[in-house]
Design a protein around this ligand. Structure first.
Ligand SMILES: [Zn+2]
Length: 374
């Protein structure tokens, strides 16, 4: 019992030193001691152990404040990396992420998803080829997180609803067979929202709306996404804004998805997204009218969700690649016109991650666990 608690205490101190350094990024033993409340000898022995494990490296001397210059230590940010993948109906994106959630390498390829061996063989060799190109030893790769357009069972083993990919019933085992790393499978929007929290320090509550070819949304509560998904239902996209509107893939009419997905430009107006924005930015009148209609529908959705949960709205996804500041401000103005009251905790924020958030979030899931367990 005594031995167990002493091991427990050792581990706790080890974790304290690591997570303090992780937070402040660079620090001396004295500062770590002050920041954690641990004695300098305890900090010193943990630093030795963290250096031995390759997780921390010492190096530069801190700025002199008179007297001897103290050695500074920092997290070795690529001592572990994680791989994140997003599977879309027509594209695969892969990112490698360091311990601070920064993308260190990425690739993508356009390939049509189909739930069969041909696709998975191709998928496996594409992702494995990317990982091999990184030249990292296996024991430093935490795992592969896979975000896809579908709802995943609570145990993460099975896709329970995926009309877009037509992959309902797909199991994690299919991916495990392709890789020699740990694999996890996630609903794309939930993990995209996780990546957004990592990138917008300080945001605790927000609604994340993603303007991909298909529209999606997630609720971020108390800085967490995931558990709360059961509350959010994770299906803001099927909120109906016009019962007589266009048919949605879910079978209902007039869902937010049918109006706010980027596919709207193609399905309703026969315009591909890049061509549409080219027209809009060149001052084309019909593109302007389409944009006004799109922004108004999005504004209705923003305002509806904001009436239930009053908090920041983060907007991300594929369309952001094409939208300039004027376009984004026009969405804010449209929301205001629908009654959105813009304030300090009620902002409409442009995501900095554009369309990489789902892959990034899937990788961050592994990073978060690793940091918590050091
Ligand atoms: Zn629907």
């Amino acid at each position: 019992m005594e031995i167990n608690s002493s091991i427990g205490l050792k581990h706790l101190n080890h974790h304290k030193v690591y997570s303090y350094l992780y937070e402040v990024k660079s620090s001396s033993k004295l500062e770590i001691s002050r920041g954690t409340g641990l004695s300098i000898p305890t900090v010193a022995s943990n630093i030795v152990e963290l250096e031995r494990r390759g997780l921390v490296s010492g190096g530069q001397a801190c700025k002199s404040t008179g007297g001897r210059r103290a050695q500074s230590y920092s997290i070795n940010r690529t001592s572990r990396i994680a791989i994140g993948v997003e599977i879309l109906k027509e594209e695969i994106k892969v990112v490698a992420v360091d311990l601070y959630g920064e993308i260190i390498a990425e690739t993508r390829t356009e390939v049509e998803f189909s739930n069969n061996d041909n696709f998975f063989t191709l998928f496996g060799s594409f992702v494995n080829g990317f990982i091999a190109s990184l030249d990292f030893p296996d024991n430093r790769i935490l795992g592969i997180g896979i975000s896809l357009q579908g709802l995943v069972s609570e145990d993460g083993e099975t896709v329970i609803y995926s009309k877009i990919l037509n992959a309902t019933g797909l199991t994690l085992e299919t991916f495990r067979r392709l890789f020699r790393y740990k694999c996890r499978m996630f609903h794309d929007t939930g993990k995209a929202a996780l990546a957004e929290i990592w990138n917008s320090h300080g945001i605790r509550n927000a609604i994340y709306l993603v303007l991909n070819r298909n529209f999606g949304g997630a609720l971020i509560l108390n800085g967490e996404v995931g558990k709360e998904q059961r509350l959010a239902g994770a299906t803001i996209e099927h909120m109906r804004i016009n019962p007589d509107g266009p048919l949605c893939y879910c079978g209902n009419h007039g869902c937010a998805e049918a109006y706010c997905g980027a596919n709207r430009f193609r399905d309703r107006y026969g315009l591909e997204v890049p061509a549409f924005f080219e027209g809009l930015h060149a001052g084309d009148e019909s593109c302007k009218r389409i944009w006004e209609e799109y922004a108004r529908n999005l504004a209705i959705v923003i305002n509806n969700v904001n009436m239930v949960v009053s908090c920041d709205i983060i907007i991300g996804g594929y369309l952001l690649r094409f939208m300039d500041d004027n376009d984004f401000n026009f969405i804010i103005e449209s929301a205001r016109a629908e009654g959105f009251s813009y304030g300090s905790n009620n902002r409409i924020i442009r995501s900095r991650l554009e369309d990489k958030a789902p892959a990034l979030g899937a990788a961050i899931d592994f990073i978060e666990q690793f940091i918590n367990e050091v």
